[in-house]
Design a protein around this ligand. Structure first.
Ligand code: 5GP
Length: 210
């Protein structure tokens, strides 16, 4: 079932420091909502053990990445922690055309670019309970550029006011439930529903979703 809601396709953007647990939230949402598609980003970062090209990221050389910038293939791109990351325009537009909702995991620079280009995008910030907890989680998973990432978190939190929603990821079930609530609220927002569908509802007294 692609569209259990009446709303048009929506673009959700998730940001937050490394270690805040965005990945777990994203995986959980995608596993229970098949009206969502995740836009796999391109990056010049080296794959971590277990990461798969085309699933976690498209792992590109610096030359390949630059060529895509020059051809205008990115909806947004940014340098984050010594590497380049970008959202492929065609992926996002393709999924929107097919009627899916989209989830992007991008840093605060990318989120700002997307909000400028697509003001209707819904921006969600995921934070950890504290910097100490963030550092503990990052150490635990052996992330590269540890210090850079913990310091980067301070810069990212400076951008909080550009976001529409905040999720504090302390207990993951609660954070997952909050993300789900945000999705349901946005999918039920009158301004996100096609005016033609609103007209049909007015005429017919409602609409079946099954
Ligand atoms: P990681 O290297 O831990 O996978 O990701 C590092 C950071 O890059 C995260 O904050 C993540 O949100 C961000 N990121 C991932 N993909 C993109 C993208 O396509 N564009 C931008 N601007 N940031 C991205």
């Amino acid at each position: 079932m692609k569209r259990p809601f009446m709303s048009r396709s929506l673009l959700f953007v998730i940001s937050g420091p490394s270690g805040a647990g965005k990945g777990t939230l994203v995986r959980s949402l995608l596993s229970k909502r098949d009206h969502f598609r995740f836009s796999v980003s391109a990056t010049t970062r080296a794959p971590r053990p277990g990461e798969i090209h085309g699933v976690d990221y498209y792992f590109l050389s610096a030359k390949e990445f630059t060529e895509k910038i020059n051809r205008g293939e990115f909806l947004e791109w940014a340098k984050v922690y010594n590497n380049y990351y970008g959202t492929l325009r065609e992926h996002v537009d393709g999924f929107l055309r097919e009627g899916y909702d989209i989830l992007l995991d991008v840093d605060t620079q990318g989120a700002a670019q997307i909000k400028r280009l697509r003001p209707e995008a819904i921006l969600i910030f995921v934070a950890a309970p504290s910097y100490e907890e963030l550092a503990r989680r990052l150490k635990g998973r052996g992330t590269e550029d540890l210090e850079l990432r913990v310091n980067g978190a301070r810069g990212e939190l400076e951008c909080l006011s550009q976001y529409d929603y905040l999720i504090i990821n302390e207990h993951s079930e609660e954070a997952v439930a909050t993300l789900d609530a945000i999705v349901i609220a946005e999918k039920s927002r009158i301004s996100n529903i096609d005016p033609e569908i609103c007209e049909k509802i007015r005429k017919e007294g409602g609409m079946s979703l099954s």
